[in-house]
Design a protein around this ligand. Structure first.
Ligand code: MG
Ligand code: MG
Length: 257
C-alpha cells in the first residue's frame, strides 16, 4: 500500500483542490445537521447527497484495505466517543454529549480528498471540549511543520510534542498518509516520532495529517465488525484531519473552504 511518494503536477493539484473542496463542503453540511437525536445513517445520507450533487464519488464506500477484507459499507466514517476511527454509519441515535468523529473522503477526476473533524452533539462537558481543542490544535501545529525540505518525523515530533505534555496519548497503529490517485499513498505520517527522521517532504507531495488523541491509553482494538477501531480502555478519543499540498510557500490546506 505504501511505496514511493508521488509528486503531483500543477494540473493534478487542480483536481486535488476540487476533491478537497467537496470534502470540505460535506463536513460543513454535517456540522449544520448534527444534533442529538439524529442517526449516524442520516449523516451518511446527507454526505452522499452533497458528494453526488458535486458529481464526485465517495472514497470510502466499498474500500478494502487489503484483498479479502470486508468492504467499508458507509459513505463516511462515523465514530462515537471511545470509537477512534472507521465507525460504520447506521441506526445508532446520537445522544446529547456524544463525541462525534466524522471522516469524509471524496474523489474528483480520479483524485482523493480526505478530512475529519470531531464535533460534540450538544454542549458536552469540559473534558470533551478540552480533548477536542487539543486535537484540533495538534493538527494545526502538524500542518505548520509540513514544509518542503522538512522530514515526516518533524511533523510527528511536532504533534507528539504538543499533545503528550498536555497529558494525552496518541494512537500509534493508525497514521496519516500520502494521498492522490489512491486514498493511501506513501509516506505514512505517524503522530509520534523523532524530528529530522523519515522521508523528506518535497514540493508537489500531498499528504493527510490526522492526529488521533486519547484521554487514556494509546492502545486500540478493532470491534467484531472488522472496522470500528476503539480505545483499548474505552475512554474518549478525538480525531482531526486535513489534506494538504506541500508548496514552495508552505502547506496549502486542500480540505478547507
Ligand atoms: Mg480520513
Ligand atoms: Mg486519512
Amino acid at each position: 500500500m505504501f511505496r514511493v511518494p508521488t509528486i503531483k503536477s500543477a494540473r493534478e493539484l487542480i483536481s486535488m483542490r476540487a476533491a478537497g473542496r467537496v470534502v470540505a463542503e460535506v463536513i460543513e453540511r454535517l456540522k449544520e445537521v448534527l444534533e442529538p437525536g439524529v442517526t449516524t445513517g442520516y449523516l451518511d445520507r446527507e454526505a452522499r447527497k452533497v458528494i453526488s450533487k458535486r458529481g464526485a464519488e465517495p472514497s470510502f464506500l466499498g474500500y478494502t484495505p487489503i484483498p479479502g477484507a470486508i468492504p467499508f459499507p458507509g459513505v463516511i466514517c462515523t465514530s462515537l466517543n471511545e470509537e477512534i476511527v472507521h465507525g460504520i454509519p447506521g441506526d445508532r441515535v446520537i445522544q446529547d454529549g456524544d463525541l462525534v468523529k466524522l471522516d469524509v473522503g471524496a474523489i474528483v477526476d480520479g483524485f482523493h480528498g480526505d478530512s475529519a473533524v470531531t464535533l460534540i452533539a450538544g454542549d458536552g462537558d469540559k473534558t470533551e471540549r478540552e480533548l477536542v481543542e487539543v486535537t484540533r490544535r495538534a493538527l494545526e501545529q502538524g500542518i505548520l511543520a509540513a514544509r518542503s525540505g522538512a522530514r515526516v518525523g518533524d511533523i510527528s515530533a511536532t504533534v507528539e510534542g504538543f499533545v503528550r505534555p498536555r497529558g494525552y496519548e496518541l494512537v500509534r497503529e493508525y497514521t496519516g498518509h500520502g494521498i492522490g490517485r489512491r486514498l493511501h499513498e506513501a509516506p505514512q505520517i505517524p503522530n509520534v516520532g523523532v524530528g529530522g527522521q523519515g522521508p523528506q517532504l518535497r514540493v508537489g507531495m500531498v499528504i493527510c495529517i490526522e492526529p488521533m488523541v486519547n484521554i487514556g491509553t494509546w492502545r486500540t482494538e478493532v470491534l467484531d465488525n472488522d472496522w470500528t477501531v476503539v480505545t483499548a480502555d474505552r475512554k474518549l478519543s478525538a480525531h482531526f484531519e486535513h489534506t494538504l499540498a506541500i508548496t514552495p510557500d508552505g502547506p496549502e490546506i486542500l480540505t478547507a473552504l
